[in-house]
Design a protein around this ligand. Structure first.
Ligand code: CA
Length: 284
């Protein structure tokens, strides 16, 4: 049985030749177009140039580790999905990976079916995301994430690239605290060394541009001693949180319900693996 050709592109960043070959083979058989990279620095460069729909990212990599690759990709505005490959049981890796901007993780060793199920689910989220215009309304201000600009009515607000990146990060984590360190990591990057006061100064300037009354901010709230939090208008906040971090069990069930490829028996064994894995995670 041959799969129909698929135009979606997946970049596999993995230094172990055998694992890289297995992953590439498995995806190519399903019709994905596969690119590969054997170290973190090359993976980062390829992802930025080739803009794949999905990056399968190992964590332990020469030159630049998976966490750093992930953070840099997000900081530089990479919009594809990132699936991190972690060693089974390394809970802190998963948490750190998701914090660094990954969309999901896959514990090693994994079954081929589970890998393919997660790849399909993530690529489906890509489709959904690209169909919704990434425009956010903050009162009379429209933030156009794709064009990287903000408008009040027809008038473009003079946001600097840094201010826009800070606003985009606040929107991405709407309703949650973004710490000063998060801003430094994502907006200034690992090679710059500004102080946390720099973050505060940029927030003051950002508020002056987007808030009606910067002294009584409606959107960007200060969380004392920690950082800042963006409050979206209520309806929007609910819609956003509904599509937050995926629940792996839910994802497999959805796939099964949609009749997408997983044989009931395979789905059952994948589910069992996920549940066992979770149990182990919880008892740590
Ligand atoms: Ca490795």
């Amino acid at each position: 049985m041959s799969s129909p050709p698929n135009l979606e592109r997946v970049l596999v960043v993995e230094d172990e030749l055998s694992m890289r070959t297995i992953l590439a083979d498995c995806l190519e058989r399903r019709g994905y177009r596969v690119l590969t990279s054997a170290d973190g620095a090359d993976g980062l460069t390829r992802a930025l140039h080739e803009k794949p729909d999905l990056v399968l990212l190992d964590l332990m990599l020469p030159k630049l580790d998976g966490f750093a690759v992930c953070r840099e990709l997000r900081r530089l505005g990479f919009r594809g999905r990132i699936l991190i490959l972690t060693a089974r049981g390394r809970v802190e890796d998963r948490v750190q990976g998701l914090d660094a901007g990954a969309d999901d993780y896959l514990p090693k060793p994994f079954s081929r079916d589970e890998l393919l199920a997660r790849v399909r689910a993530l690529l489906r989220r890509n489709d959904a995301a690209s169909q919704t215009p990434p425009r956010i309304l903050l009162g009379d201000v429209t933030v156009d994430l794709a064009a990287r600009r903000a408008l009040r009515g027809d008038e473009e607000l003079p946001l600097s690239a840094r201010e826009f990146a800070m606003l985009a990060l606040l929107i991405e984590r709407a309703g949650q605290v973004v710490t000063r360190e998060d801003f430094l990591d994502r907006v200034w990057g690992v090679t710059a060394f500004p102080t946390t006061r720099t973050v505060d100064k940029h927030i003051v300037s950002l508020r002056q541009k987007i808030e009606i009354d910067p002294a009584q901010p409606r959107w960007i709230h200060t969380v004392h001693g920690t950082g800042y939090r963006l409050e979206l208008p209520p309806a929007r906040a609910e819609a956003e949180s509904a599509q937050a971090t995926p629940d792996p069990i839910r994802m497999l069930q959805d796939l099964h319900a949609n009749g997408e490829g997983l044989h009931p028996q395979q789905a059952k064994s994948s589910l069992r693996e996920v549940r066992e894995d979770r149990k182990r995670w919880r008892t740590k």
